[in-house]
Design a protein around this ligand. Structure first.
Ligand SMILES: NC(=O)c1ccc[n+]([C@@H]2O[C@H](COP(=O)([O-])OP(=O)(O)OC[C@H]3O[C@@H](n4cnc5c(N)ncnc54)[C@H](OP(=O)(O)O)[C@@H]3O)[C@@H](O)[C@H]2O)c1
Length: 333
């Protein structure tokens, strides 16, 4: 397979503004087609972005024999059903986070993936970002000393009534939209799964979706806390604290594509402490994701973020809702 021919389901903002541009004009893969519920919208989007084929239904794109792989950026509640259709049509599928709203449904996708012999994964682009690979290698090298704590924060402000993030039926709310990131990146860096968690959620009375959430998770080797919000000043950080040094991932999730990402290594002391700045080369994490996923198809390698990982992440996110509702620790083992 010379070039992986990708199709996109839905003219989603993330697809139009980030993922499609990041996947165009590259070796090894191309965006061949886009589908929308509206034929006019797919035509306009295709013309604006220079995409050769466009369809007025997702099903037509899924059945197109000239498409090898499908990127699924539909609302969260449609991730599993459409990814399943893609797999059943023999297509590889890269599905946006959160891949599912129920862990059991990921098992359905795993069975289908194995039956149809395709590649399938969750689009956690952070896993393909050089800054997170570096963060993982620093933590795992022991340079920080014994690691004892991880902390995360991720927030933005969005009260748009018609945004899928504020619509409960679409799988809206902060936990599904951004809580998935501190959970995923801590699992990714630590190479462990949390054993139990407790959580507080503040639900928007109008939308019925969570707008602030704080979670404490026990990992086998460390404690982790994180807070997320859909109604706070935009901010994001991740910290990994060892006995000797602390690692700060400064723009952990929405890493810019036009400037170098920085990791800050804090050497201790409260006042005037030394900060070692590690600069990563300028890169686009959505391109890196497409490179790794396309290569996985071409060379029969593991995808960057597997369905097995998605299963674990979904279990943890579900447990956050349960912990908050039942006001107790939830055991994850
Ligand atoms: N990895 C990342 O960095 C990242 C960033 C942002 C978002 N995301 C994920 O990407 C997905 C899309 O997010 P987004 O902000 O791009 O959303 P969006 O702009 O609202 O796009 C969602 C698309 O889904 C289609 N759709 C089908 N049924 C729909 C329905 N009932 N209501 C609304 N849209 C419907 C629409 O396309 P048509 O009308 O063309 O059919 C719509 O454009 C979400 O799962 C989100 O978590 C990931």
């Amino acid at each position: 397979m010379d070039k992986i021919r990708w199709g996109v389901l839905g003219a989603a903002k993330i697809a139009r503004e980030k993922v499609i541009p990041a996947m165009q004009g590259k070796e090894g893969f191309e965006i061949t087609a886009i589908a929308s519920r509206s034929f006019d919208k797919s035509k306009t989007t295709a013309e604006n972005l220079g995409i050769a084929k466009y369809y007025g239904s997702y099903e037509e794109l899924i059945q197109d024999p000239d498409i090898d792989a499908i990127y699924n950026p539909l609302p969260n509640d449609l991730h599993v059903s459409y990814s399943l259709q893609c797999i059943q049509a023999g297509k590889h599928v890269l599905c946006e986070k959160p891949l599912a709203l129920h862990a059991d449904e990921v098992q359905t996708l795993i069975h289908a993936r194995d039956k149809h012999g395709v590649k399938a994964g969750e689009a956690f682009m952070v896993a393909s970002n050089p800054q997170w690979k570096k963060a993982k290698s620093i933590v795992q090298s022991g340079e920080l000393g014994t690691l004892r704590a991880v902390q995360g924060f991720f927030s933005y402000y969005n009260r748009q009534r018609d945004n899928i993030r504020n619509i409960a039926e679409n799988g809206g709310g902060g936990v599904w939209d951004i809580g998935c990131y501190p959970v995923f990146t801590s699992r990714y860096v630590l190479g462990e799964e949390p054993t139990r968690l407790a959580a507080l959620l503040d639900v928007d009375p109008e939308f019925g979706t969570d707008r602030v959430g704080s979670v404490i998770m026990q990992y086998p080797s460390v404690q982790m806390t994180f807070t997320i919000s859909t109604q706070l000043v935009p901010y994001q950080r991740m910290f990994f604290y060892g006995e000797k040094k602390a690692l700060e991932v400064r723009i952990p999730f929405n890493a810019p594509i036009d400037q170098a990402n920085e990791l800050h290594l804090h050497h201790g002391d409260i006042v005037g402490h030394k900060v070692e700045i590690i600069q990563l080369p300028v890169s686009d994490q959505y391109t890196e994701q497409a490179v790794e996923f396309s290569r996985a198809i071409q060379q029969d390698l593991p995808v960057p973020v597997s369905l097995e990982s998605a299963y674990q992440n979904t279990r943890i996110l579900e447990a956050i809702f349960q912990a908050a509702k039942e006001e107790r620790w939830i055991n994850l083992t």
